[in-house]
Design a protein around this ligand. Structure first.
Ligand code: HSE
Length: 429
């Protein structure tokens, strides 16, 4: 019997314990038992019960308990999660975690320690909730030369953008409603500012492009500035707006990448434009594979616990067949040595959508075109959409341009007399 120590008994911890304690799901479940459960508060009412003595508030004692084989970290956040994971590794325990923030920021330290200790650290639940994507990237797609990974990897923001599109409501109203319904956290920062998605794309990039990524090099913009007006105009132009997490090779011959998270206009016929609500999807493109898309529930107790228990069973399967060994399976461990070279956002080549409020005077569209032309920004469409008080609303969509050039053109345009304001600038996929 292999003994599990569970750190955290929140939504995912409870879901994980319920699966482990249920019967008839998988033969290997008979080989494991939850020996210790670490929580903050012993008196809080729980929907799952354990025999006396199993639950404790001493999380460190679980991380270092010599009787345990696997420590499952489900408390989230950076500390004490990172320290507990490192302590468990040093104590010779395999680790399963759903903690994208820790893996994205401290992967280097954690996997170096795990390799030295000869233990596995598995994290399928850290990206895409119940969607199997970590193991497929490591194993099933391992021989492909990946050229891009593009994902909707945050369910909360996808729910908010979907509601804004269907109800025509503004961001603040939809966020408040999502919090009432329990879809969005009381502190929604990590989700709505794109930080959660940036952690996830750092992890996916590392697996797809086989090198570590410095989390601070991931360009990150959230959805607070997306307005119902932009969603409406984008729809009229044939686009949906999605918070995309993107990593892609900038040049097929060079080892350089663009890694970024930002709201993006996605053509309606693109598969990611049709991912709605709290669902996630990850589109991977590579050679010789072509495109493959992973789709499903990106959060929630059941889906995330399904991924956590899958990782536990992967480790148990190895322990059952080979016993404890310092020789790690390279298809399950992580031994990246180098860092990917991430290029600055100014060098990105992309399309842009920009909305301008202008004084309705002769020549204003010509002035816009002249300034864009000066910086090599080619326009795909210019539409005067409506009138606000004395101001006309003009929406511009560009062809692929260098971001640095587009920004320089905007600086010049801001100073034009006819320009009252530039309420939105969004990238186009
Ligand atoms: N908060 C995340 C989301 C789920 O909304 O997708 C956990 O990764």
């Amino acid at each position: 019997m292999f003994k599990i120590g569970l750190l955290g008994l929140g939504v995912v911890g409870t879901g994980t314990a319920e699966i482990i304690q249920s019967e008839g799901r998988h033969p290997l479940l008979k080989e494991i038992a939850i020996q210790r459960v670490g929580v903050k508060n012993l008196t809080k009412p729980r929907q799952i019960q354990f025999p006396p003595g199993v639950m404790t508030t001493d999380l460190e004692a679980i991380a270092t308990d010599p009787e345990l084989d696997i420590v499952v970290e489900l408390i989230g956040g950076l500390e004490p999660a990172r320290s507990l994971i490192l302590k468990a590794i040093t104590a010779g325990k395999h680790v399963v975690t759903a903690n994208k923030a820790v893996i994205a920021r401290y992967g280097d330290e954690i996997f170096a320690a795990a390799n030295a200790a000869g233990v596995y650290v598995l994290f399928e639940a850290a990206v895409g909730g119940g969607i199997p994507v970590i193991k497929p990237l490591k194993q099933s797609l391992g021989v492909n030369r990946i050229t891009s990974v593009i994902g909707i990897v945050n369910g909360t923001t996808n729910y908010i953008l979907t509601q804004m599109a269907t109800a025509g409501a503004d961001f603040a109203a939809v966020l408040a409603r999502a919090q009432e319904l329990g879809y969005a956290e009381a502190d929604p920062t990590a989700d709505v500012d794109g930080l959660d998605a940036a952690d996830k794309i750092a992890i996916l990039t590392s697996l797809a492009f086989q090198g570590r990524v410095k989390r601070e090099e991931v360009h990150c913009e959230g959805i607070r500035q997306v307005s119902a007006a932009d969603i409406n105009y984008a729809q009229k132009l044939g686009f949906g707006i999605k918070l995309l997490a993107i990593s892609q090779k900038t040049n097929p011959k060079a080892d350089t990448l663009q890694v970024r998270v930002h709201p993006t206009l996605v053509p309606k016929e693109h598969p990611l434009a049709n991912i709605h609500g709290v669902n996630n999807a990850i589109l991977v493109e590579g050679e010789p594979l072509g495109q493959v898309m992973f789709f499903g529930p990106g959060a929630g107790a059941g889906p995330t616990a399904s991924a956590v228990v899958a990782d536990i069973l992967n480790i148990v399967g190895i322990l059952v067949s080979g016993g404890k060994t310092k020789q790690l399976d390279p298809l399950l461990s992580c031994s990246h040595q180098h860092y990917c070279t991430v290029t600055p956002i100014a060098e990105l080549e992309t399309g842009f959508y920009a909305r301008f409020l202008v004084r309705d005077v002769p020549g204003v569209i010509g002035d816009l075109g002249t300034s864009f032309g000066k910086y090599d920004v080619s326009l795909s469409s210019v539409v005067q959409i409506g009138q606000h008080d004395e101001l006309a609303e003009i929406v511009v969509v560009t062809h692929q341009v260098r971001e640095g050039n587009f920004r320089q053109a905007l600086e010049e345009i801001r100073d034009l007399k006819a320009i009252a304001s530039i309420p939105s600038i969004l990238r186009v996929l």
